[in-house]
Write a protein that binds this ligand. Structure first.
Ligand code: SF4
Ligand code: SF4
Length: 110
């Protein structure tokens, strides 16, 4: 089992999650983060840290569509271990539905 980042993270990117991961398995894109499912040790520590409730176990039905996307993007995006500055409008995007089309495939800056 693993945890994955899902749609709620898009354009929020609060980054509270990266600080607590014991194996540093978060990777950063322009407006989204992903978990490398092959590195995640399934500890669950990051899940309650996310203000957007974007992190879910892969056993959750809402996570299944995001598992391979987390795996694929974690191979090309840079690793992130320290919280950066969230987008200025992050709170405006929190809890907004229908953000999937806004996901950028571009790598971010750790
Ligand atoms: S804390 Fe949540 S919203 Fe913020 S970067 Fe991590 S997964 Fe995304
Ligand atoms: S579940 Fe644990 S190992 Fe996996 S991403 Fe979250 S903090 Fe890291």
């Amino acid at each position: 089992m693993t945890y994955v980042v899902t749609e709620n993270c898009i354009k929020c990117k609060f980054m509270d999650c990266v600080e607590v991961c014991p194996v540093d398995c978060f990777y950063v894109g322009e407006n989204f983060l992903v978990i490398n499912p092959d590195e995640c040790i399934d500890c669950g520590v990051c899940e309650p840290e996310c203000p957007a409730e974007a992190i879910l176990p892969d056993s959750d039905d809402r996570a299944s569509a995001w598992l391979e996307r987390n795996r694929d993007l974690s191979k090309t995006w840079p690793n992130i271990t320290r919280k950066g500055t969230p987008p200025a409008d992050a709170n405006e995007w929190k809890d907004k539905p229908g953000k999937e089309a806004l996901l950028s495939m571009e790598p971010g800056t750790p």
